[in-house]
Ligand binder design. Structure first.
Ligand SMILES: *[C@@H]1O[C@H](CO)[C@@H](O)[C@H](O)[C@H]1NC(C)=O
Ligand SMILES: *[C@@H]1O[C@H](CO)[C@@H](O)[C@H](O)[C@H]1NC(C)=O
Ligand SMILES: *[C@@H]1O[C@H](CO)[C@@H](O)[C@H](O)[C@H]1NC(C)=O
Length: 240
């Protein structure tokens, strides 16, 4: 008979602006995953599927609005004293996006608490105590994101401003994450000099240099799905 060996391993990415966690982001054998203070905005529903051994996961002080239904299902979190799941200090929006997660939460032996930040009527409430029929969105039709990059700057002289559009059609509203050619991830609350994401989802480069040439990818996600689109930017000449 084969025996499995638990390798206790620790990963702490705190304070790096990670912004987005994609499918199967962590490998087997991880024990503690520290993701606090990483400006995290979107967690893919399969983020932890390859890391069932995680016993301690810290997601506090991020920009998360909702959690996908089964995001924690591959983990246990059944109250083992060694287990920790920290979810505090996120702008949790207890609306239709949290409905499936709340159903899962109410059906599982999950002792970890998440407090709603919005809407105002549910502010401070414990999600598990909110009846799921109160978790609603004001949408004529519920739709997954569809991105249009129409109107983006594609060629810009060095020293000029470039605006890369990420117009998202969907309801409820999606979280938008841009990835630069260097692999940096940015969202509306990023704090990087000279490059920012505006409220309408556009990536704005204040004064382009040749180092800004390359492929930029915009990802938009709501609880129904995600879409992504790429814009190729060429910076011509150099700053005199
Ligand atoms: C929250 O995270 C930000 C970085 O995203 C950090 O600057 C700040 O100190 C953190 N706040 C707390 C209370 O840990
Ligand atoms: C990830 O795990 C969940 C829960 O165990 C499962 O429902 C889902 O299908 C998995 N996703 C993928 C892409 O394997
Ligand atoms: C996204 O919107 C465009 C333009 O309206 C449409 O042609 C396309 O089919 C849509 N894509 C999806 C996946 O809904």
């Amino acid at each position: 008979m084969r025996r499995s060996v638990t390798i206790r391993f620790f990963v702490r990415i705190s304070l790096c602006p990670l912004v987005y966690i994609g499918p199967d982001a962590f490998k087997h054998g991880l024990f503690h995953v520290g993701l606090e203070n990483t400006k995290l905005r979107v967690i893919d529903e399969s983020a932890f599927n390859s890391s069932q051994g995680i016993k301690s996961l810290t997601l506090n002080n991020n920009s998360l609005n909702y959690l996908p239904e089964l995001v924690f299902a591959p983990l246990t979190f059944y109250g083992d004293p060694q287990e920790t799941l920290l979810l505090d200090d996120n702008p949790w929006r207890c609306d239709c996006q949290m409905r499936d997660y709340a159903k899962w939460l109410q059906s599982a032996l999950n002792i970890w608490v998440l407090h709603c930040d919005a809407p105002q009527s549910l502010h401070g409430k414990v999600l598990r105590d909110v009846p799921v029929d109160q978790l609603t969105c004001d949408c004529p039709h519920l739709t997954s994101p569809n991105i249009s990059t129409a109107g983006s700057t594609t060629v810009v002289p060095a020293g000029q401003r470039a605006v890369l559009k990420c117009g998202v059609t969907c309801c409820p509203a999606a979280a938008v994450v841009w990835t630069t050619p260097a692999g940096m991830k940015l969202s509306v609350d990023s704090d990087v000099t000279g490059i920012s994401v505006s409220d309408d989802g556009a990536l704005v480069i204040a004064s382009a240099t040749s180092a800004n040439s390359g492929s930029y990818t915009c990802l938009a996600a709501n609880y129904l799905g995600k879409d992504q689109a790429t814009v190729q930017l060429t910076v011509t000449g150099s700053i005199k």
